[in-house]
Design a protein around this ligand. Sequence first.
Ligand code: HEM
Length: 491
Amino acid sequence: MITPYTLRLLAYAVVIVGLIKIIIARLQSPLAKLPGPKYTSFTSLVLKYKELTHGRRVYVHDLHQKYGPVVRLSPNEVSYATVDAAKEIYLSGGSGYDKTPFYTLFTQFGTRTLFSTLPRADHSYMKRYLADRYANTNIMKPEVLNGISNHAKDFLNKCMEKCSSPDGFADVYVHLHCFALDGVTHHLFHPYGTHANVNDKDLRLMQELSYHDSLASNYIIYYVPALTKLVAYLSPPKLSPLSNEYVLKTSAAKDPSAHSLLSKLQSHAKATPSMPPYGVPAECKDHLAAGVDTTGDTLCFLMYQLSLPTPASTRVQSLLHQELVQNPTVPFDQLPYLDAVVKEGLRCFPPIPMSLPRFVPDGGSTIEGYWVPGGTIVSCQAWTLHKDPNVFPQPLEFIPERWLDEDKEAVTERNRWSFAFSVGGRGCLGRHLAIAEMKTLLREVYSQCRTTLSPHMTGDMQMEDQIIATRPKDQTCKLVFEKIGQTWALQ
Ligand code: HEM
C-alpha cells in the first residue's frame, strides 16, 4: 500500500528528475556554447526583471562589454554587437528574419499594421505600396517641406514667447513633441494636420500620446497572456480617446492632399475590399505613434546637448550657426555640418536604442561564427552598435566632426554601423521625413538663436527606456532662447 510519505517522495523524485532533464537539455543546447553569464543558460528571469525595471538596454550593453560581440541573454535569446550580425538578421533576403510576437503589442484598433505584421511575406507588399509616400523625392516636394518649415516657425515663435514671459524659459520637451506631431500629421493628413504649438486642443493630443508609462503592464501581458484580465483590472490600460477620435475622424475625411499618406491608403482601401475594417485608421495611428516621440525625443536630447554650459557644446553650436548663416539659400540636405550634428545626435541618442527582436528561421543559422537553432530570438541594439570604440573613437563624446573625417573609409564604416533607423526591408519607413523635420527645425533655431540651459532646468535627462523606445526621464527640458546677430564669434 502507498503511504502519503511514499507519495511525497514520488512527487519530489518527479520534480527532481524533471529539473535534471531541463538542466541537461540546457547544457546540451547549442546556445550553451555561446559567451554569456552561466545563469542565462538556465533562466530568462534576470532579463525579464531588467525589462520590467527599464534596465534591459544597459544590462545588454554591459554584457557585451564583458563578454564581447555575441552574448546569450536567456536560454532562447542572443544579442549581437557587430554590423555583420545586423546584416544577417535584418537584411538577409531583403527583409531579414521574421519579427517575434513581441510586436503584437503594437497593434492598433485590434488590427495589425506595417510595423506589427510579423511574417515577411505579408509585410512586403504593403511596404512597397506605401514606399513612395516616404521616398525622399516625395518628402522634398515644396508642399511637404513648406508645411514642416511653417511648423518649425511656430515652434520658434512659441519658444521666444515663453522666454519673454516671467518664467524666462521654454520647455522644449513639450514644444518639440508638438512640432513632431504637427510635422507627421501634415504628412499623414494634410490639410487636416494638427497645430499643437498654437492650438491647445492639439497640445492635449500630444500630451496624451507622449506622457504615458505602460511598460510593466505591456511586458506582463506579453509574457503571461493569461494575466491580461488581471493586469487590466489592477492597472487599467491607458485609453487614448483624443488621438483615437482624431485618427478615426480624419482618416474618413474627403480629399486629403495628394502627397499625404491618407490619400494613398484611401485609394488602397477602395481597390481592396478585403482590407480589414480598421485598416486605414490603424495604419495612420501607427505612423502617428512612430513619428512623434522618435523625432521629438531625438531633437530634445540634441538641443539639450547643444545647450550644455561646456566649451565643446558652445563650439558645436557656434559652428552650426556659422554654417547656417553663411548658407541661407542652400538646401538643408547640402549642409555638411548640420548633417554631421544630426548624425551624431542619432548616434548618441537613438530614440529606439534597444534590441529589435527577430526569430532565427527554421533550420537554424550561423551568426558571428556560432550556429543557433531555428526559433531562437536574436537581435542587435543601436545603443551598443553606436558605442564600438574601433568604429567610433571616444564613443561617449558628442563629436559631429567624426562624420566629416578626411579618412573617407572610416566615415563609410561609421555609416555602416549606424543603426538608429535599423536596416533592411523592416527599417524605418519615415526616415527621410524624420531627417527633413530635424534639419528644418535645427536650421530655424540655430540660424537665429543661441540656446542655453535655464537655471530652472533641474529635470533628469537620463534616458528612461519604454517598451522599445526611450525618452528623457523627467520629460522636461527648460532652455533659454536668445536671438543673436549673424556674427556670433567662435568662443
Ligand atoms: C528620429 C526619428 C525616427 C527614428 C530613429 C526611427 C526609427 C525606427 C526604427 C529603428 C524602426 C524599426 C523598428 C523595429 O524593427 O522594431 C522603425 C520602423 C518604422 N518607422 Fe521609424 N523612426 C523615426 C521616425 C519615424 C517617422 C517620422 C515615421 C513616420 C511617420 C516612422 C515610421 C516608421 C514605420 C511605419 C516603421 C515600421 C516599418 C516596417 O516595419 O516596415 N518613423 N523606425
